[in-house]
Design a protein around this ligand. Structure first.
Ligand SMILES: [Zn+2]
Length: 421
């Protein structure tokens, strides 16, 4: 039995911060108590969390992790020029590039306290291998695009089936069916995706209403707004995670709430690509499960959910509609992500997945009036000291336990320049 004990920390338990010890056995939180017995500690890896906050780990609910290899390659140009360069580089990527980009992104995510991420991309075997080796948890789906081409559609569906068959039944990998979006996928591909999702009992993960242009295109083609269009196809009969949802009207908002659709809000990417500000305050009010994502590193350029929390909260203040409280934003960054993908995590609770972040109470958290305020508004990211995923310590005292950082950086540097030049 693998046992980890966290002692002396200030732990977030059922919405309140309390002093407690945490016992983890075989990847699951076994006990949260005043003090764990000496006998149990003798046979365990013990993390001393005095002067630390112990919280559920962060969840990156929407990304394309291998794009770390392309970040900062093109900046400060109009969107269409930027996209052209990114697409050019992506078309040259192979599975090894994707593996290296994924490892780079995963290493960064571990360092910023993220235990699980949801990824949609190509050459997904590369991402899955990096997940297996690094020890992180992930939700993975092959991003399908057919652009009304029947041949391409068949290939894309076949690749999804192949990927699902290859990686099902892995402890830390959850799978999704990922048609890219209503404007890059034909109606047939969307319908086939619903069928696959039913057949394998997997959630659907899709980009929806990211830009005004996209809404216009979908309306021209179908006569409907994107959410209405998907609803009429029966898309929301399945568990769905819709990324972005920046441009949704009141009718669409009601559809999302009524059907239990989760929205992956990506505030930094939406700002960088000039997409707009999602109506998160209204979504929370309507009961939509909102979680946070970074989107790909090329349009962010970080993979930090700590960063997204602050921007999510501030952007709603900028809209001046209704304040979304820090505690709510923290939930979006943790529990809501796990909920969206049907995982029992995101809370420090007995029987839950042992995905835990330990934050040092340093300069930026002083004075500590309210830990939620400090974590959401005052974090730089360097507060993250340790990360436990699935009951294993992946970062200890800021050192990565499963990744050779220097070697990885050399490899990523080499592959990145090969792709871009
Ligand atoms: Zn995306």
């Amino acid at each position: 039995m693998e046992r980890v004990v966290i002692t002396g920390g200030t732990c977030l338990v059922r919405g309140t911060f309390i002093k407690a010890d945490i016992l983890i056995e075989d990847g699951i939180i076994k006990d949260i108590t005043k003090m764990i017995s000496k006998v149990l500690k003798e046979d365990a890896e013990v993390l001393n969390a005095e002067r630390c906050l112990v919280v559920p780990a962060f969840f990156n609910a929407h990304t394309h992790v291998a794009m770390t290899l392309l970040r900062c390659a093109v900046e400060d140009v109009p969107l269409m020029d930027w996209l052209r360069e990114v697409w050019r580089a992506e078309s040259r990527m192979n599975e090894k590039d994707v593996y290296t980009g994924a490892m780079l992104g995963i290493a960064e995510m571990i360092k910023s306290g993220i235990a699980c991420f949801s990824d949609q991309y190509l050459h997904m075997d590369g991402v899955a291998k990096a997940v297996e080796e690094s020890g992180i948890r992930a939700v993975l789906g092959y991003g399908m695009i057919d652009m009304d081409d029947e041949e391409k559609r068949k290939k894309e569906l076949k690749e999804t089936v192949r990927f699902v068959e290859k990686w099902k039944n892995k402890q830390r990998i959850t799978l999704t069916v990922d048609p890219h979006s209503p404007y890059t996928c034909s109606e047939e591909l969307l319908v086939e995706s619903i069928k696959l999702s039913q057949k394998y009992n997997l959630p659907l993960h899709i980009h929806v209403a990211e830009t005004k242009d996209e809404v216009r295109m979908v309306k021209e083609r179908t006569g409907k707004t994107p959410v209405k269009y998907l609803n009429d196809l029966g898309f929301f009969s399945q568990k769905v995670i819709a990324a972005h949802c920046v441009w949704v009207d009141d009718e669409e908002l009601t559809i999302l709430a009524k059907n239990g659709v989760s929205v992956a809000h990506c505030p930094v990417s939406n700002m960088k690509l000039g997409s707009g500000i999602a109506r998160i305050a209204e979504m929370v009010d309507a009961g939509v499960n909102v979680c946070l994502g970074t989107d790909g590193a090329a349009s962010n350029n970080s993979l930090s959910i700590i960063g997204e929390m602050k921007f999510a909260a501030l952007l709603q203040k900028l809209r001046n509609v209704k304040i979304v409280r820090a505690e709510e934003v923290f939930k979006m960054a943790t529990k809501n992500g796990y909920m969206a993908y049907g995982l029992r995590g995101g809370e420090l609770e007995e029987g839950y997945l042992a995905d835990i972040t330990i934050l040092r109470k340093g300069l930026s958290y002083t004075p500590l009036y309210n830990p939620f305020y400090s974590i959401v508004y005052s974090s730089y990211g360097f507060e993250v000291r340790d990360l436990i995923v699935d009951g294993k310590v992946l970062m200890k005292n800021c050192d990565l336990m499963t990744v050779d950082e220097e070697r990885l950086m050399d490899e990523a540097e080499r592959r990145g320049f090969d792709l871009i030049l």
